[in-house]
Write a new protein. Sequence first.
Lengths: 688, 221
Amino acid sequence: MRPLERVMRTRRALAATIATRAVLGAVATVLLTAAFLTTTLRAFGVATSSVWLVADVAGAVALAILARPWARLTVPRVALWIEERVPALQYALVTAVDPVGTASAAFLEREIDQVSWDREAARAMMRGLRWPALAAVGGLGALLLSVRVRTGSAAEHDRAIPSVIATPARDVSAPFARLAATVRSPAYAGGQVVRVESPASIGALVGSTVILEAPGSGEGVTVDAEDQPIPVQRAGAAWRTAVTVGARPTVIRLRQGSVERLVALEPRPDSVPIVRLLFPTRDTVVRAARGVLRLSAEAHDDIGLATAAFEYIVSSGEGESFKFKSGTLGARRIDAGRDATIGASLGLDQLALKPGDIVHLRAVARDGNNVSGPGAGASETRVLRVARAGEYDSIAVEAAPPSEGDKSAISQRMLIMLTEALEKRRPTLARETLLSESRQIARDETRLRKRVGDIIFQRLGNNPTGEEGRNPDDAPASDSTVPASDSARAALLRAASAATGNRDEILDFEGDETPVVAINRPLLEAYNAMWEAGRELEQGETGRALPPMRRALAAIQRARQAERIYLRGKPPAVVVDLARVRLTGKDHGAANTRLPRRPMDPAAARRAERLAAAIELASRNPAAAIDSIVLLRVESLDAAPQLGAALSDALAAMRSGRDATASLARARRIADGGVRDVGGVGAWSGVW
Amino acid sequence: MTVNERTRSPIPDSLVPTSGEFVFATAQYESGDWDSAPLVPANLIDSVAKYTSLPVAPTGAIVALASDDLFRFPLVFLTGHLPVRFTDAEGANVRRFADRGGMLFVDDHNHDIDGAFHKTAVEELTRAVGPLSQLPNTHPIYSTFFKFSDGPPNTSHELNGWGDNLVHSHLLAAMRGNRIAVLYSNKDYSSEWGYHPDNKRFLAIDNTKFGVNVIVYALTR
C-alpha cells in the first residue's frame, strides 16, 4: 500500500474518532447540564419543565465545538499527526505525501513501508475518546443523582420531619433574640429531632413536642397558647417551655414586659393509608361457591403502616330480612414500613354460601399513628355473588355444535334483486339461458322457503325438518302418493291446528287467534308467497315471480318486527296524577318565609377586614403587620386554607425584605371572594 | 350492571329537569340494593303535589351516583339494605355534589344501627363528605314547611321495636356552612313511605309530611 493510501486510511479513522468524541461530548454536556439545572432549580423550588430544552441547546453547542477539528483533517496535517506519534518516520511520510512531489519518492516509500503506525494511532485515538466517554458516564450518574436528590428533597418535606421557618435575628426583640426551638416528632413517626434558631413558624405532625428555650433567667417571661398559660422552667443558665402540637393551628405567645413574640404551630395531618385491592380484580357472580379465592392487596402510607388485613361481609337474605356476618383474613403486622403487600385465601366452602348470598371483600390498612389515629384506609370493595336458581343470570356456556354445510341461504331481498336483473336482461337472452338462470333463483328461493318453514315448525313444536324431510335439490320421493307441496302445506296447517286447538277455523285468523298463530301469520304468508314465486321462477316467468317475492319480503319484515321480544320487563312505574292530587289537596301546610342569602360569611368578612387592617399597618409598623398576618394565617389554616397559603407567601416575602405587594394583593382577592348577594332569591332553575 | 363500568345516565329526556320542575331522583350506586324502595319517590311526589304548589314531575328519575347527571338534581335520595361501598368515581361525585350545593338524603332501609348498611354507608359518607353529626331537633328542616317540634317523626318500625329496637331521636347530617349537604336517617323512612300513594287515604295522619320538609328544605337552601 502506498504512503498516501495509508495516510488516507488513518484520516478516515481520525474522522470517525472526532465524530464519536463530539457525540459523546454533546451527550455528556446534555446530561451534566440537565443534572445541574434540575438540582439547582429544585433547590430554589422553581419548575424544571424547561431543563431539557436548555440542556439540548448546550449539547448542540458542545457538538458544534467538538466537531470543528473535522474541517482541519487535511492529508498533510494527518501525516504530521502521525509523524508526531511515530518519530521513526523521520518526516519521510510528510515528504512523501507532499503534493509537490520529490525525486526520491521510491526511496521514501521503502523507508515508510518499514514503519507501522497503526498501533500508536489507535492508542492516541482511544486516548481522545476516553475523557468524553467518562464525561458521558459521569453525566448519566449526575442525572441519576439529581433524580435521587429530588427524592431526597421530597423526603425532607416528609410529614414525619418537622419544618421550621426562622425569623432573622435582627427582626427580633432583645429578650427573645436567641430563642431556639427543638421539635421532636412523635415516636411512631421515628422521633426525628430538628433544632432551629429564632423560629417563627413550626410545621409538625400532631403530637410532636416543641421545646422553646433561650438563655437567661426567664424572669418575667410568660408563655401562653390560646389564652392558656404554659409553664416556664429554669434549666441551668437558660429557661425553656414545652408544648405539644395539637390538632388545630395554634399561636404561642411569649411575653416579657411589653415585648411579645409569636411562634405559630401548624399541625400536619397524618394521611390515612392508601390501599389497592389487586385480586380479585372485578366483581363476580358464581353459580356455586366452591373452592378457594386468592386475595391480594398493596398498601402505602406516608409515615408507616402498622397493620393490614382483608375484611369480608357476607350478606344473606332478601327483601326485608337480611343477615350479615363479617370477619377478617390475612391480618398482618407491618413494622412501620411505608409499603406492604398482603395476601390471603378465602375458602368459599367454609362460608357455606347459599344462592343469593353476597360476599363483600376489601383490604384495610391502618397506620401506626397512636397520637391522633390510627388512620385507616380501605380499598374498593369487590363483590362475589352466588346466583339464585331462578334468576336470569347464567354463567353456563353451552358449546355450539359445528356449523352444518350448505346452510347458506340468499336473502329474499337479494333474490328479488337477482330476479329484477334477470327480468331486465330477459329480451336479450335465449329461452334456455333464461330458464337455466331462473331455475337457479328458484332453487335458492326454495332453500329459503325451507328455512322459513323450519322456523314455523319449530315454533309449533314440530320437527324442524318436518316440512319436506329432504333437501330441495334432492330427487322427489318416488313412493310418495301425495304431492310434496300439498304434504308440506298440510303439515303446516296440521301443526297450526294442533297449536291453536281450533281445527275448523285454522285458516281464519281474524277471530280469536292464539299468540302462536299471530306470531306465525306473517311467516305463513311469506311461506305461501315464496311458494308461488318459486313456481313462476321454475317456468322462467321472472316478471310474474316478482310480486309474490316482494310480498314475501314484506311479510318477513313484519315477522321480524314482531320478533322483538324483551326478556326483561320494565319495573312498574307509578305515575302520580298531579292534577287529581292537587285538586283533592286539603292541607296546605304553613310555609316559612325564605330569607335571602347573607352577602358574605361573617367570619370571612372579618378575615377580610383584618387583612385590610394589617396591610394598612404594614407601611407604618412592619413587625406588627407581620404579627397580625401570622395570627390571621393561623386562624385561616382551617377555615380558609387558600387564604392561609396566600398569607404564607406574603409572610415569606415580608420576612425576607422582598416586595410583598403581589402576595398581599392575591391574599386580599381571596379574602374578598365568596358568595355575594345577588339581590334576591330566584326560583329553583334546575340548572347549576 | 357491570361494576366499575361508567354508568350511563338512565334518565329519559323528559325527566331531565330543565323547566324549573322538581324531579325526585333516586341514587343508583354500584354496590348494594339501591332500588329497594321503589314506591318512595311516587309517594313523596304525591305529597309534594298535594301540599305545595311546587312544580313537580309526576315520576321520579334514577341517577347513577357516578354520572355527571347527578348535578342536575338538587336532592337525591339514597337507600338500601346491603353494604354500601362507593367506587372512587361515586365517592368523588358525592363530594362534588355536596360541595356544589346538592343535598343527599340517605336512609337506612335496615333500621338497624349495627347493620351493614349503617356501618358501611356512614363510613363511605365520612370518607366522601366528612363526619356525620347529630342534627339538632330545632334545625330549620323540622319547620321549613310542616312543623315537627320533637325533631324527626318516628316510624312504625321504630315504635314496633323492629331492627335495632331503638327510637332514634336525631338524624345525622354533614354540613356545608350552615346548609345540610348529607342528611342521614336510621329511621327507615324507606319502609315507612314505601306504599302506593293511593293508599295514603287509609292513614289517619299522612306520614310522608317530613319528606315534604326535606324536599322544600333542599329546594330553598
